[in-house]
Write a new protein. Structure first.
Length: 576
C-alpha cells in the first residue's frame, strides 16, 4: 500500500474516531508483515496538513480500545509524535492521559524525541508544566524535556535545573535531581554540576528528593570516575542513618544498575543494608539479587557478612529465593562453608535458617559436607556434629553425610563419639534411610570403619526387639488398637474436611465422591450440545516418608536431646 493509498484509506474513516483506531491497528499489523506501507508518514502528513487531528484521536483512546490494542497504540504514538507539528501545550495534555493507560515509558521516550526536534521545545515544555495546577501528572515530563537539550545548550540546561531545585514543589525538585547526574555534559562543566550536587545533598531534606540525589551522585561518578574520591567523602555522611527511601535506592542501584562502583564505596553502601527488617520486602528483594551478584564476583566474605546481619534482624532465608536456589545448586562449597560456620557459631537465628533452607528440598538423598578448614580441633568437630543433629534431625541423610565428612579427618576417640550420636538418636530413628546410606558407603569402600559397626549395632538392636516382641506384657490389647485407629481415622477425616473448606480447587471445581470401582467416569460436552461418556482407568500411586522411630518409642527423651544439641555452646564461650 503506497503512501497515497494509506492517506486515502485513513481519510475515509476520519469521521469516526473508533473506526479510525481500528483501521490504524489493521494497517499497522499489515505493515509488520510487509514493506511498502507508510502508516507513520501518512498519519503525520494528515495531521500536519490539518486533515485529521491526531492528538484528538489519541485523546479518544479509552480503556477498551487500549486494552484491545495496547502495543499498537503506543507504537503509533512513539513513531508519529516526533514528526508532528504541534505546540507543547497541545501535546502534553494528550500524553498525560495516555500515561494513565500505559506504563508511561514509551510515551515519555516519544516526548523526549518530540522535544529534540526543536531547540525551543524543552524550555517551553518546562514553562508550561510549571503553570499547571495538577503537577503530579505533568511532572514526570520535566526530566525528559531537560534531557532533550542538545550538547550545545549545556549552560541553559544547568540554569533550568538550578531554577527547578529552588522550586517549592517537592515533585518538581525531584525531577531536577534525577537529571543532575545523568546529563550529557563535557568535563568542563563537571565541576559546576558537582557543586550543585554537593549543595543539594546538604540543603535538601525531603526524603524522596534525597533518594534521587543519591542516584544522581552514583551516575555522576560513573560518567566522571575521577570524582569517586569526592563522592566517597560526601556519601560517608549522606547515607548515615539513611531513610527507607534512600536504602531502597542504595539496594536497587548496587543490585541492578550496571555501574562500576569502587570497592570502598560499595562496602560503605552495603553496610547501610545490614539492619534491614523483614517488613522491607522491596529492599530484601534487591538484596536477594545483590547477594547472588556478590558471590558471582567471588566476594564471599562481603556476601556472608550482609546475609548474617539481615538474618539476625529477623529476615528469613526463604525470602531470598534466588540466592537460596543458587546456594543449593551452583555454589556447593559456599553452602558447606556457611552451614559449617553457622553451626560452629551456634547462634539460634543462623542455625534456624539452615533448617528452613534445607527443609523444602524435594530430594531425599540430598547430602552435605562440612568445611573442614573451619574445624581445626576435635572439640569443634563434635560440637558441629551435635548441632547438625539438633537442627537437621528431619533430614537424616543430609545430617549423616555431614557428620561422615567430619569423621574422615577425626581422631579415633572423636570417631567413637560421632559413632554414638550417629547411632542414637539418628540411626535408631531413621533405620531405613540411613541403612541404605551406610551400605552405599561400604559398597564404595568408604569409611567402613564407622559404617559397619553402626549397621551391626542396628542389627543387634532389631534382634533384641524381636525377642521381646512376643511378650504379652508388651502387647497392647486388640480393643485398644482398634480404638486408636478409629480415632486416628476420625481425626484425619476432620482435618481433611477443614482443610478442604478453603481449598482453591473448590472455587473452580465441584467435588464428587467416588464410592467404589477402579475407573473414573466423566462426560465430555460437544459443540452440538451432545455429551459423550468417557471412562479412565485409575492408577495406583504411593508416597512414603519415614517417621522417626524414637519420636514414638521415647518422644520426651528425643525432644530433650535435640533441645540440648540446639542450645549448647562451646565450653570456652560459656566460660567467657
Amino acid at each position: 500500500m503506497s503512501l497515497e493509498e494509506t492517506r486515502c484509506t485513513l481519510l475515509n474513516e476520519r469521521g469516526n474516531v473508533e473506526n479510525l483506531l481500528i483501521l490504524i491497528n489493521e494497517i499497522y499489523r499489515k505493515q509488520i508483515k510487509s514493506e511498502g506501507i507508510f502508516l507513520t508518514e501518512a498519519l503525520s502528513e494528515l495531521h500536519n496538513t490539518g486533515e485529521i487531528d491526531l492528538l484528538k484521536i489519541f485523546e479518544a483512546v479509552n480503556d477498551t480500545s487500549y486494552k484491545n490494542n495496547p502495543y499498537v497504540i503506543m507504537r503509533v504514538v512513539e513513531t508519529t509524535l516526533p514528526s508532528l507539528k504541534a505546540k507543547v501545550e497541545d501535546i502534553l495534555p494528550c500524553l498525560t492521559k495516555l500515561t494513565d493507560l500505559a506504563s508511561g515509558h514509551i510515551v515519555y521516550g516519544a516526548f523526549e524525541c518530540f522535544c529534540r526536534v526543536d531547540n525551543s521545545r524543552p524550555k517551553d515544555s518546562v514553562d508550561f508544566i510549571l503553570k499547571q495546577t495538577e503537577l503530579d501528572s505533568y511532572a514526570p515530563f520535566i526530566y525528559y524535556a531537560i534531557m532533550a537539550y542538545e550538547s550545545g545548550q549545556i549552560a541553559e540546561r544547568i540554569q533550568i535545573v538550578k531554577a527547578l531545585i529552588a522550586n517549592d514543589n517537592e515533585v518538581v525538585r525531584n525531577q531536577a535531581y534525577s537529571v543532575l547526574g545523568r546529563q550529557n555534559i563535557t568535563e568542563n562543566w563537571a565541576s559546576s554540576v558537582w557543586d550543585i550536587i554537593k549543595s543539594s545533598a546538604i540543603n535538601e531534606h525531603a526524603d524522596s528528593c534525597r533518594a534521587s540525589i543519591f542516584r544522581s551522585i552514583v551516575h555522576f561518578g560513573n560518567i566522571f570516575p575521577s570524582y569517586w574520591p569526592h563522592i566517597e567523602s560526601l556519601l560517608a555522611s549522606f547515607v548515615e542513618g539513611a531513610s527507607l527511601n534512600i536504602l531502597h535506592a542504595i539496594s536497587n542501584t548496587i543490585a541492578f544498575q550496571q555501574i562500576s562502583i569502587p570497592d570502598s564505596i560499595q562496602k560503605l553502601l552495603i553496610k547501610q543494608l545490614h539492619t534491614i527488617s523483614p517488613e522491607q520486602s522491596h529492599i530484601i528483594s534487591d538484596i536477594d539479587y545483590l547477594l547472588v551478584n556478590l558471590i558471582k564476583k567471588e566476594l564471599y566474605d562481603t556476601a556472608i557478612e550482609l546475609l548474617e546481619s539481615i538474618l539476625s534482624y529477623g529476615v528469613e532465608i526463604t525470602s531470598l529465593s534466588y540466592f537460596s536456589r543458587e546456594l543449593l545448586g551452583e555454589y556447593t562449597n559456599l553452602r558447606n562453608h556457611i552451614i559449617t560456620k553457622w553451626f560452629l557459631h551456634g547462634e539460634k537465628a543462623l542455625c534456624h535458617n539452615i533448617s528452613i533452607l534445607l527443609h523444602n528440598i524435594a530430594e531425599k538423598d540430598f547430602e552435605l559436607h562440612a568445611d573442614m578448614t573451619l574445624l581445626d580441633n576435635e572439640e569443634k568437630k563434635v560440637f558441629v556434629s551435635r548441632k547438625a543433629i539438633g537442627w537437621l534431625f528431619t533430614r537424616p541423610v543430609a545430617t549423616a553425610s555431614f557428620i561422615m565428612s567430619i569423621s574422615r579427618s577425626a581422631h579415633q576417640y572423636t570417631i567413637e563419639t560421632l559413632e554414638e550420636i550417629l547411632y542414637d538418636p539418628l540411626l535408631l530413628s531413621y533405620p531405613s534411610e540411613l541403612k541404605k546410606l551406610f551400605q552405599t558407603y561400604i559398597d564404595n569402600n568408604e569409611q567402613e570403619y564407622i559404617c559397619k559397626p553402626l549397621l551391626d549395632k542396628l542389627e543387634a538392636h532389631n534382634l533384641d526387639i524381636l525377642k521381646v516382641s512376643g511378650l504379652k506384657e508388651l502387647t497392647a490389647p486388640s480393643k485398644n488398637i482398634d480404638l486408636y485407629w478409629n480415632d486416628f481415622e476420625k481425626d484425619m477425616q476432620k482435618s481433611y474436611e477443614e482443610a478442604s473448606k478453603n481449598s482453591f480447587f473448590r472455587l473452580i471445581a465441584t467435588p464428587k465422591r467416588l464410592l467404589y470401582g477402579n475407573s473414573s467416569i466423566y462426560y465430555v460436552h460437544q459443540m452440538d450440545e451432545q455429551s459423550s461418556r468417557q471412562e479412565m482407568q485409575m492408577h495406583s500411586f504411593s508416597h512414603s516418608s519415614e517417621l522417626p522411630t524414637l519420636n514414638i518409642l521415647d518422644p520426651e527423651s528425643l525432644d530433650y536431646s535435640l533441645r540440648v544439641f540446639r542450645c549448647e555452646r562451646m565450653k570456652n564461650e560459656i566460660n567467657s
